[in-house]
Write a protein that binds this ligand. Structure first.
Ligand code: UGA
Length: 499
């Protein structure tokens, strides 16, 4: 994509502040600067800011370092740890701070609240404050209230204290001229820039014409479909989108279990479903379940919001439950294949919660590692990007936890190889070479990534999830239809070998 062609065409010009330079904020900041806007990105973490200033993204995102370099060189993007300075310099302020999860499943909005207070205390003329972080519906109302409260507090401090502290002088202290809008992000890690420059849709949630006009201007260079709604509706679109995609994944995972039980192939079922445009093919890949910083917590936050308002959200709870059970289901596959886990050497390919990211937050792989270690397995781990992060959680231990330079090294001496992330670089592995490294050539595919025939031809026993048969031995013994009366394994997956 030729980014230089995407410059905004409007004559109005706004300075943009992006507060929070994480997975959402940094792509958003350099994205807007590539569209020709003047952007100041702020983050309190000065070590992160130093990296960014040096042209290095603090996390892996394809193409981001390159775009960051170009944005810095153009002079249209600068990074600072001076959050206040950024707010005061800008007309449009994007809130991109984290919204982690509280213990009760609700979203922890303390960072949003803190930044709203800072904005309130630094209103120096009209500002459009835009929520980009994923937040539950009606958060914008709280942002609005907080900015109002702290800007008037500031004004009274300025009057009472004879303009003491850092209070701005004169009328700017009493003017609380601002709008709060919602412009949720739909960026996927690993394809954040593609998503920024070619979004399926841009959602603008604003309750004033002035706010709508500014947001339309900001995106005028992209020419993509726009959904314009009120602020609360826009907030809900984001949460509903993530919950719907999670539902699709849990649905296909449930179908995978049924496939295992009756001897059908879930990848073909997904193909047959996805060709119907009312269903569409995306997010129908069965596997070990969804992870990452967004789906699990957003699903819980939406369920929590529904419950708070007395709305039946058992559907969302079922989606969550199915997802949680995927790890147990996969472990059953491993047991079906290797029998006793204790003392076994297992190679693991992939730790990231999905490919093209160095993120392991809420990755299903972590719960799988945890369980395997608890059962006494010796693990040989490989991932192209996440091994530094994994090492801090699971430090190497001689003979028990080994980090490997290549997939072939991970396979060395293994009694089964487990694929947990479908990295592209695993696609063209030399299967013969991989097999030759192993004590016992068993491949258990947690993402239905490999072609079973090809793997079997290379001399492996293969087990996927919902791909005809419950494990390599069950697979070899499988006769479709025979399993209908069979006792399902603990998780409902796979085949009871005693049946
Ligand atoms: C998700 C949404 O896709 C973005 O639109 C949204 O902006 C983002 O959350 C967010 O709220 O910030 P992301 O978490 O980066 O993006 O990752 P996805 O590509 O959606 O994948 C999430 C999880 O679902 C991964 O663990 C992936 O392996 C799993 N998945 C995905 C499946 O198990 N099957 C599928 O068919 C698709």
């Amino acid at each position: 994509m030729e980014i230089s062609n995407l410059n905004h065409s409007g004559s109005r010009s706004y300075k943009i502040a992006v507060l929070g330079l994480g997975h959402v904020g940094l792509p958003t900041a350099v994205g807007f600067s590539s569209l020709g806007w003047d952007v100041i990105g702020a983050d309190e973490d000065s070590s992160k800011v130093d990296l960014i200033k040096a042209g290095k993204a603090p996390f892996f995102e394809p193409g981001l370092d390159d775009l960051l370099h170009r944005s810095l060189a153009s002079g249209r993007f600068q990074a600072t740890s001076g959050v206040t300075r950024a707010i005061r310099a800008a007309t449009v302020v994007f809130i991109c701070v984290g919204t982690p999860q509280r213990e009760d499943g609700a979203a922890d909005l303390s960072q949003i609240e803190a930044i709203s207070r800072t904005i309130g205390r630094n209103l120096n003329g009209y500002k459009l404050v835009v929520e980009k972080s994923t937040v539950p519906a009606i958060t914008a109302l709280w942002i609005q209230r907080t900015i109002e409260r702290y800007s008037s507090l500031k004004a009274s401090e300025a009057r009472g204290n004879g303009n003491g502290g850092d209070a701005p002088a004169g009328p700017e202290a009493v003017e609380a001229d601002f709008d709060v809008a919602s412009n949720p992000e739909f960026l996927q890690e690993g394809q954040a820039l593609e998503n920024f420059f070619r979004p399926c849709r841009i959602v603008i949630g604003a309750d004033s014409e002035r706010a709508r006009t500014i947001l339309r201007d900001l995106y005028s260079g992209l020419q993509r479909p726009m959904v314009v709604a009120d602020v609360t509706t826009a907030e809900l679109i984001k949460h509903a989108a993530n919950a719907f995609l999670s539902t699709k994944i849990s649905f296909i995972n449930m179908v995978a279990d049924i496939c295992d039980a009756v001897g059908a192939d879930v990848t073909r079922v997904a193909e047959g479903l996805g060709l119907d445009p009312r269903i569409s093919p995306g997010f129908l890949q069965a596997g070990i379940g969804f992870g990452g910083y967004c789906f699990p917590k957003d699903l819980r936050a939406l369920a929590h919001l529904a419950e708070q308002h007395g709305v039946d959200c058992s559907l969302l709870r079922a989606v969550e439950r199915i997802n949680t059970q995927r790890v147990g289901a996969f472990l059953d596959k491993v047991r079906n294949s290797v029998w006793v886990i204790s003392g076994k050497t297992l190679g693991v390919l992939g730790l990231a919660f999905k490919p093209n990211t160095d993120d392991i937050r809420e990755a299903p792989s972590l719960r799988i590692l945890e369980a395997l270690l608890k059962e006494g397995a010796n693990l040989r781990l490989h991932d192209p990007w996440t091994m530094p992060a994994a090492r801090t959680l699971y430090p190497p231990e001689a003979g028990r936890i080994t980090y490997c330079e290549s997939p072939y090294e991970a396979a060395r001496g293994a009694e089964a190889l487990l694929l947990l992330t479908e990295w592209n670089e695993y696609k063209n592995l030399d299967l013969g070479r991989l097999r030759d490294q192993m004590q016992v050539p068993v491949l258990i595919d947690g993402r239905n990534f490999f072609a079973p025939e090809q793997v079997r031809e290379a001399g492996f026993s293969y087990a996927g999830l919902g791909r005809r048969g419950g494990g390599p031995y069950a697979q070899e013994m499988a006769v479709p239809g025979q399993f209908r009366s069979a006792t399902p394994s603990r998780s409902g997956m796979g085949v009871d070998l005693n049946a």
